[in-house]
Write a new protein. Structure first.
Length: 255
C-alpha cells in the first residue's frame, strides 16, 4: 500500500528541528512521495534542499502563491520561473486566487494566475490551485482557458457538488486533506457522490491537521487519516483508496 501527499510544505521552518523524524513517520505510514508547492522566491532554495535530500520521495513545484502577489509580481514571477528553477518540477504551483486575507491586489492576483496558467499550458505541466473565497473567479478563468493542455488539481477542495462537477468536466482532480475529517465541514456529503478516479490526497502540512490533531502541526504522514476517512465515506477498503488515489497522482504529476 502506497500513499502520495500531493501538497505539503515540509520545507518550512516548522519542521527544521525534527525533519528526520517527520520523514520517518511518512515511511511508517506508507507515504512514500511528497509534493512540495512553492510559495515565493524565498521558498525556492528551501524546496531544492529538501528534494536534494531524497529526490525519490520529494518533488518540487514552482509558482507564486496568490497571497505573495503584490505590485511587483511580474519581477517575482520572472525570478521564480527561470530555467534553473524548472528542472524536474512536477507542476506549476501553488497558484490561484485568495480573497480571504486581502483583496488589495485582486487584479494582480488574477493577472499572475492567468500568466502561470499560460506558462503551464505551454510546457504541458499541471497546475496546483489555491482557492479561498474566490471559487467563481477561479472556475470562470479555468473555463475560459480550457483545452487539451489544461490540467491540474484544486488543492484543498471545499466546494459544493456543482463546483466539483465543473472542475471534473475540465479533467481536474479534487485535492482532499484534513478538512474532509472535520465533522461539520459538509465535505463528506459532496465527496460521497464523486468517483475515486477524480480524487487525490494531500495534507497542506503544517496547516489543516486532521480532526485527531486539530490545533497541532500537520505532517505528511497524516495523509493516512485523510485516506481512512475517504475509505469510510466511499465504503471502500483503505487499500482501494490508496491504489486509486496514488494512481491518480502519478498520472497527473507524471511521477
Amino acid at each position: 500500500m502506497e500513499f502520495i501527499d500531493t501538497h505539503s510544505h515540509l520545507y518550512l521552518d516548522n519542521f527544521k528541528n525534527d525533519l528526520e523524524e517527520v520523514i520517518s513517520n511518512c515511511k511508517t505510514n506508507n507515504v512514500n512521495k511528497v509534493l512540495l508547492p512553492n510559495i515565493d522566491v524565498k521558498s525556492i532554495e528551501q524546496i531544492k534542499n529538501l528534494v536534494a535530500l531524497d529526490n525519490n520521495m520529494f518533488y518540487a513545484m514552482m509558482g507564486l502563491h496568490p497571497t505573495s502577489v503584490d505590485e511587483n509580481y511580474k519581477t517575482t514571477l520572472n525570478e521564480i520561473l527561470q530555467e534553473e528553477n524548472l528542472k524536474n518540477i512536477c507542476a506549476i504551483g501553488e497558484i490561484g486566487l485568495d480573497y480571504y486575507w486581502s483583496t488589495e491586489y485582486k487584479e494582480q492576483q488574477i493577472e499572475a494566475f492567468q500568466f502561470q496558467i499560460d506558462f503551464a499550458k505551454e510546457r504541458k505541466l499541471p497546475i496546483a490551485i489555491h482557492c479561498r473565497n474566490a471559487f467563481d473567479d477561479i472556475l470562470n478563468i479555468l473555463e475560459k482557458n480550457f483545452d487539451e493542455n489544461l490540467k491540474g488539481v484544486l488543492h484543498c477542495f471545499t466546494g459544493n457538488e456543482e463546483q466539483a462537477k465543473r472542475l471534473i468536466d475540465m479533467n481536474f482532480y479534487l485535492g482532499l486533506g484534513g478538512v474532509l475529517t472535520y465533522k461539520n465541514s459538509g465535505l463528506d456529503k459532496v465527496i460521497e457522490k464523486i468517483d475515486l478516479k477524480h480524487l487525490i490526497l494531500e495534507t497542506d502540512a503544517p496547516y489543516l491537521s486532521p480532526t485527531s490533531f486539530r490545533g497541532k502541526r500537520n505532517e505528511s504522514s497524516y495523509t493516512i487519516y485523510v485516506a481512512e476517512k475517504l475509505a469510510q465515506i466511499k465504503e471502500k477498503s483503505l487499500a482501494e483508496v490508496a491504489s486509486q488515489t496514488t494512481l491518480n497522482a502519478k498520472q497527473l504529476f507524471n511521477i
